[in-house]
Design a protein around this ligand. Sequence first.
Ligand SMILES: [Zn+2]
Length: 251
Amino acid sequence: MALIDFHCHLDLFSDPHRVAQEATRRGIYVLSVTTTPSAFLGTKALAPPNSRIRTALGLHPEIAVARENELSLFEKLLPSTAYVGEVGLDGSRQHRDTLDRQGAILTTILSLCAAAGGKTISLHSRGAVKPLLDIIEYEPLAGRPILHWFLGTEKEISRAVEMGCWFSVGPAMLRSETGRKVAKKIPLDRVLPETDGPLAKINQKKLFPWDAIGVNSQLETILSISSAEIEDIFSMNFKRLISLSGRDEIL
Ligand SMILES: [Zn+2]
């Protein structure tokens, strides 16, 4: 099974074509998330023909309020993809004061996903886990939520699991104590690897899609399961998720 990076910002690398080509050469399954609807078509065009790169339509919570006028473009582009992201809520200090507005935008996005028959959705939840889960719960037909870099409490993890959420974890997340704690609690059959590159870095070095391999060895240490077994589980999870997505777009 090839490597998987289920949350990567291909368009934000300084040489996105080279990264897309290298990911293709290595046969990596990449979920290439975007931060605005206006970036979607250009980012989709980065994927060489017959690559395993799929592009998600996003409106990142840190800029969602400023780009709210792009919601109509979001709606227009939505039928062209099975994947949505990066969307979500950001409750960190700089963005906390717009949380209500972010919530209204995310509610609209999830209702559009529900109306479209459900999408596979990569969600950001920094500092806003509870309101994010509330909004997901409110729109159960939106599709399959994948909580990216999720740092919820034990109670919030159980709630997310009961709601049918999946999780994507990356090498940078697993470097933190909280990230490792979360990794021990989330069910491994709902986990996929990611990098969040180039935004995520380790020792100032941007992560590339092929750095998703680091998740296997980190989880080997954290969970005491062999990295070969982890790779098999990721592969099964990926196939299951794609079949749930109802379209085998990525295979
Ligand atoms: Zn991201």
